[in-house]
Structure formats: structure tokens, C-alpha cells
Ligand binder design. Structure first.
Ligand code: GUN
Ligand code: FE
Length: 433
């Protein structure tokens, strides 16, 4: 095998959340190594103990020296819309008007496969530049938008999730499908992409209001049609949306119950926002293994509200962090972390520095049920990792001179940092940025 040994300050979070319910058990090696073979993690250790790596591996290894820089598992964005990259920062509307005035017209352009190809390449380049190595991604209603994203992700060997938006009502004809057509298109995409390389398909009913009961039924059937399919959608983001769902689905107890009714909850299902949840919904999400994506920049930008991390995570729900571009305002998971902290402060339960970085790595992997593959440097994990420079800007350098503990330095980077801190991104041990 091809051995690869990287030197730097290694930081990652440990696996067993039952053993570490505070999710803050981590390994930090100030001067450490990360050892990969054929792109998979073999182990980590102190640089002084390099001798623990068998000589046969060491003698034939290639090396990368990132001493003085932080080495972390690749960041995981658990909810984003690649087809909205060109409409970030659309002014003045809250969710339902924002969708009608800006989002649906922007997504209509993805009927053109060339628009999809150019945008997919741009977004994947920029995700890697921001240190994001895995994302759960919404396409537009057009299956060609998913073809473009999956082809580009596959070409680069990425572990990515993507699905075609299913939406057969309450949207313009340019972005509307039908229940039957969405079923056929999704099934075709599943057969083309699900399980190809490291790709997985995500069944993507946009959200309850834009799907008929017939379409939601088909979405539930698709989710169960093959092993390891995922589901993504939106839940309890905005007060008017929640009221509308109650009107549209009068038989259901609450918003989550719509998804439960159509078999769209369970392992590998994740819902964006989850701001306005009842205690029943939180408990049902926890009981079924349904995950929540915390999208702080989007929730603030669209005036949707403040996700209650303490309450949702405390109820036992798996929570990941997400940009939700283009409702979100940055592709940067570092900036997203800074906003997550501010929201948690406003809710009087500040996210600790370590918990924040847990959420951006292993927490995201757990929310997507991918933690056997990615999220930390346990032996056998896929070697997607990033190299962060803590003093990438003058403000950071000035601040770092006065920061002494690991938590203090990490938190200063959370607050002041962005993609300028990402000096390298590696995919399965190969430099990709
Ligand atoms: N709800 C339904 N569609 C969307 C979307 O594209 N973005 C956000 N933030 N919420 C949604
Ligand atoms: Fe979204």
C-alpha cells in the first residue's frame, strides 16, 4: 500500500457518544502525526513516537510537513443548496416570499445542463477551498442538476450526498414536477449515482407545502427502496410556514407528523432548521433517529428564528451544522460556527469551543449516519482532512499571541477565522486544495 505520513497539530473527536455524552472527548497531539495507507487512516500519534509505525511502512512513505498548523477531519455541511450559490444575499424577504421572489426563479435556470455543470464545478471548488469535504446537497427539481453535481463530485472522489428536489405544487411550472415524474426521475438518479464511488443519493422532497400527499408517499417508498438511501427536507423553519403546513395537513398532529405519516423519518433522514418544534416533535425525532441541521446564518438572514441547540440536542436528537446556502450567507463552516455560537449565547446556553468543532466534524458525520466512514481519525476512516493556519490574518495573529489554551485558540479562530485559515484540503490522502 501507499503510505502517507502528515506532521502537524492533530485534533479530532472520539467516537463513542454513549461513553462520552458531552461529546467533548477529543485527542489533541500538539506535535503529532496522521498516518494513512491508500487514503485510509491507520493511526495518529506523537511525533516522538513515530517509531510505533512499522519500519516497512515508514521506509516507503511519502510525507507532508504541516508543523505548526492544525490538522482536523474535513468539515461537514449537513444541509446546503448548490443551485442557490448564485443568489446568496437576496434582500428583504422572509422564507415564503424569498422562495417565490428569488429562489424558484434562480433554480429555474438549472433546466440548462450547462448552467448546472458550471455551477457544480464552482461550488465543489469552493467547498474544498472552505475545508468542507462532505455535504448534504439539494439540487433543483431538474434531474440534470443532480447529474452535474454527482459527476463533478465523483470525478474528485468525494463523499457527497445529493438529491433532486421533489416539488409538485405551490411553485411555478418551471420548477414543478408531478408525483409520478419525480418518482421516475429520482429512481433513475438512484440507479445512476447511489453507491458510485463514495456518493449516496438523498431523496429530497423540498418541504411539506410543495409536495402533494401522493408525492410524499412516493418519497417514502423511494427511501425504503434500496439500502443506505438518505432523506433531506425542511422542518419548522418559519412561523408562517408552520401555520401553512397545519392548514394543508389538518389530520397531522404537527409538522413532523406529516413526515412521520409518509415514512420519511428514521436513520439517514435530516431536516433543515427545526426552529419551531414542540416537545413531542423533539422526542419523536430522538426516538426515530431523525436528525436536525442547525443553519444559523440562514436562520438569521431570513429572520426565521433561533435554533434551540440546548433543547434539541438535550432531547437526544442528532444535530449537525449547516450553511443552508443560499438562505445561508457563507460557504464557510468556520463562519457558520461563529454564528452558531452567537445564537446559542442569545439563548443563554453558549456552545463551548470544543462542542462547536465537534459539530462541524464528528457531529455532522453522526447526523448523516456516515460516522463509520468520516468525521474523525479512528483507524479505517477515510482520509479526508484539512490543514488550518491559526494566524492566517493580522487580527488572528495578534489575537493568537495572547491565547494560551487550545480551547482559547480554537475559539479565537471560530470568531475571527474563515476560509483564509484553510491552507490545504486533502481527499483520501490526496491534496485537493
Ligand atoms: N424551505 C423550502 N425550500 C427552502 C429553501 O430552499 N431554503 C430554505 N432556507 N428553506 C426552504
Ligand atoms: Fe435549505
Amino acid at each position: 500500500p501507499a503510505h502517507f505520513i502528515v506532521r502537524g497539530s492533530i485534533l479530532h473527536f472520539l467516537q463513542d457518544p454513549a461513553q462520552y455524552p458531552d461529546a467533548e472527548a477529543f485527542e489533541y497531539l500538539d506535535d503529532g502525526y496522521l498516518w494513512l495507507a491508500d487514503g485510509f487512516v491507520q493511526g495518529t500519534g506523537h511525533w516522538q513516537q513515530l517509531g510505533d509505525i512499522p519500519a516497512a511502512a515508514r521506509d516507503h512513505a511519502t510525507w507532508a510537513d504541516h508543523s505548526g498548523h492544525l490538522i482536523l477531519p474535513g468539515l461537514i455541511d449537513t444541509h446546503m443548496h448548490y443551485v442557490q450559490a448564485g443568489m446568496i444575499g437576496s434582500f428583504g424577504c422572509r422564507l415564503l416570499d424569498w422562495l417565490n421572489d428569488y429562489t424558484f426563479p434562480a433554480e429555474a435556470a438549472f433546466a440548462d445542463p450547462e448552467v448546472a455543470r458550471v455551477t457544480a464545478k464552482f461550488v465543489i471548488d469552493r467547498l474544498l477551498a472552505h475545508g468542507t469535504t462532505t455535504a448534504s446537497v439539494f439540487g433543483s427539481v431538474h434531474p440534470q442538476s443532480v447529474d452535474a453535481f454527482m459527476a463533478e463530485a465523483d470525478r474528485r472522489g468525494l463523499r457527497m450526498l445529493c438529491g433532486k428536489a421533489m416539488m409538485d405544487r405551490y411553485c411555478p411550472p418551471e420548477v414543478r414536477d408531478t408525483a409520478e415524474q419525480s418518482g421516475r426521475d429520482s429512481a433513475d438518479l438512484i440507479s445512476r449515482w447511489h453507491g458510485k464511488g463514495r456518493l449516496r443519493y438523498t431523496v429530497t422532497p423540498r418541504f411539506a407545502p410543495t409536495s402533494t400527499p401522493e408525492q410524499l408517499t412516493i418519497a417514502g417508498e423511494l427511501y425504503r427502496s434500496k439500502p443506505d438511501l438518505h432523506v433531506q427536507s425542511h422542518l419548522a423553519e418559519n412561523d408562517k410556514e408552520v401555520a401553512w403546513v397545519a392548514e394543508l395537513f389538518p389530520q397531522q398532529r404537527d409538522y413532523l407528523d406529516v413526515y412521520e405519516h409518509f415514512g420519511l423519518t428514521g436513520p439517514r433522514t435530516i431536516y433543515g432548521h427545526c426552529i419551531h418544534l414542540t416537545g413531542r416533535e423533539q422526542a419523536a425525532m430522538a426516538a426515530t433517529g431523525t436528525a436536525a441541521a442547525f443553519c444559523p446564518t440562514s436562520n438569521l438572514f431570513l429572520g426565521s428564528g433561533m435554533f434551540d441547540y440546548q433543547s434539541v440536542a438535550g432531547a437526544g436528537v442528532r444535530v449537525g451544522l449547516a450553511t443552508d446556502v443560499g438562505g445561508g450567507t457563507s460557504l464557510s463552516m468556520i463562519r457558520t460556527l461563529a454564528e452558531a455560537y452567537k445564537v446559542s449565547q442569545a439563548r443563554h446556553h453558549p456552545l463551548s469551543p470544543m462542542r462547536g468543532w465537534y459539530l462541524a466534524t464528528l457531529g455532522g458525520a453522526r447526523a448523516l449516519y456516515l460516522d463509520q466512514f468520516i468525521g474523525n481519525f479512528a483507524s479505517g476512516r477515510e482520509g479526508d482532512f484539512i490543514v488550518l493556519k491559526l494566524d492566517a490574518t493580522p487580527e488572528l495573529a495578534f489575537r493568537m499571541e495572547r491565547a494560551h489554551t487550545l480551547a482559547e485558540r480554537l475559539f479565537a479562530m471560530t470568531t475571527l477565522g474563515d476560509e483564509r485559515c484553510v491552507v490545504a484540503t486533502y481527499i483520501l490522502g490526496q491534496r485537493a486544495h
